[in-house]
Design a protein around this ligand. Structure first.
Ligand SMILES: [Zn+2]
Length: 430
């Protein structure tokens, strides 16, 4: 062993050891890009090359495991990049960190796969990406710069016109260039230090929020925020677009056109939903200092119920799948997870707090006296035989959610410290 090894840890080791500042926050901004035709060609070429690399790396991992039982790591694959660049010169025209990021994505896909295996969920092996399933490239550290407030400089691509519709704060961390249908976007993440002492909320009001199916949200005050149901409105259009694609011949121009049309409709639905979430969360955050949600395991709610079989006849019994399918659609439609995340980040900047409480029995318990009043999914009204409370099912739940927070709160404490929710990368964009 050499003397230098133990005395001076490498830069990387040092960085890993340093505890992260708990006030460090990450925020993502999404801007529209206006590349020229030539630049679009270059970007699409890069997407194809990255997809190729992704698939090749996936192939390598599969083969190595299948033939020799060897697990290939990210490091092993990243170390091959220089050799690949020698062999395939076109890869020299792509920023090296972009290529590393491609391998990181694959590594993440595998990590998620193994996590699912360990948790004995349905694993789903990482898939090969086809051309229309690879939409973005990421500059994870550098290689990008904003110039004159109107241009995004990307290494190996050039200056692309960008519309900076809002100011960013903090230090640039990553930049992802993304294709959405025919439009291009840049998602820039910034890191900044949050100073809690600089923000305080003007109101002391607390509110419980029940995210629902019939209405988007019911507040403990009894106020209902109606569901916009964007996706439902445009559902017919989306379904029609899907049918058109399937009717047309694979690889044909007409099919390609139909795909573009579908991407357009989907984008509109997404944008409208995001807009609704931003406006609604803004309103809540401005009015209330403490916002209490149920800690919903959204994934569990959206999972398909397991089929039930009659033991004797083998016939399938009703398992509530049909009822749940409708509920699932509404949940996905409403995008609760993204909405809560927006509330968290907005509340923090406004000096408020978002709290999550355990979700059990919030609909069943009476918010007036605490007695359990069992009711099925279809029962919309809560009437208590004990205390005579009469109110909407969701309103009752919202009141229970608020109570749960108030009971858990230590007396005199203004707010419960919450673990900040990371808003890295695309998580923010719905
Ligand atoms: Zn009661």
């Amino acid at each position: 062993m050499t003397g230098t090894q133990d005395s001076s840890p490498s830069k990387k080791e040092k960085k890993a050891r340093e505890p992260k500042d708990p006030n460090l926050r990450c925020k993502a901004y999404k801007f529209r890009l206006y590349p020229t035709k030539k630049q679009v060609g270059k970007l699409e070429w890069m997407l194809r090359r990255c997809k190729e690399l992704y698939n090749a790396a996936l192939q390598e991992r599969r083969d190595a495991y299948r033939m020799c039982g060897v697990s290939v790591s990210y490091r092993m694959q990243a170390d091959q990049l220089p050799a690949i660049k020698q062999l395939r010169e076109e890869y020299q025209d792509i920023h090296s960190q972009v290529l590393q990021d491609v391998l990181k994505r694959l590594d993440k896909a595998f990590a998620a796969f193994f996590r699912r295996v360990i948790n004995s969920e349905t694993p789903g092996f990482p898939r090969y990406k086809s051309g229309d399933r690879y939409h973005s490239i990421t500059y994870p550290q550098g290689g990008f710069e904003i110039l004159y407030g109107t241009r995004l400089h990307l290494s190996k691509i050039g200056h692309i016109k960008i519309k900076l519709h809002r100011a960013m704060k903090g230090k640039f961390k990553t930049c992802t260039v993304k294709r959405e249908g025919e439009q291009w976007y840049a998602i820039v993440t910034c890191e900044y230090l949050h100073d809690a002492s600089m923000t305080f909320h003007l109101s002391l009001e607390e509110v419980g929020v029940d995210l629902g199916v019939k209405v988007f949200a019911m507040l403990s005050t009894g106020e209902a925020i109606e569901n916009p149901r964007h996706a439902r409105e445009e559902e017919a259009k989306i379904a029609a677009a899907h049918r058109t694609i399937h009717r047309r011949k694979k690889g044909s121009h007409r099919r390609h056109r139909a795909k573009k049309a579908l991407a357009r409709v989907s984008r509109k639905v997404r944008n409208r939903r995001r807009d609704f979430h931003h406006k609604t969360s803004r309103k809540l955050v401005e009015q209330y200092q403490i916002i209490v949600f149920e800690d919903l395991q959204i994934k569990n709610l959206t999972a398909t119920p397991t089929p039930k079989q009659d033991e004797e006849t083998g016939a399938y019994l009703p398992n509530g799948a049909a009822a749940k399918a409708g509920l699932n659609k509404s949940i996905l439609d409403a995008g609760w997870g993204g909405f809560v995340r927006l509330c968290v980040s907005k509340a923090e900047e406004a000096g408020g707090t978002v709290v999550k409480v355990a979700p059990h029995f919030t609909t069943q318990v009476c918010s007036g006296c605490g007695v359990v009043v069992p009711k099925g999914l279809s029962v919309r009204w809560h009437s208590c035989p004990e205390c005579g409370a009469e109110l909407d099912r969701d309103h009752n739940a919202a009141r229970n959610i608020l109570h749960r927070y108030q009971q858990a709160k230590p007396i005199g404490a203004g707010s419960v410290p919450q673990k900040p929710v990371s808003l890295r990368g695309e998580e923010l964009i719905l």
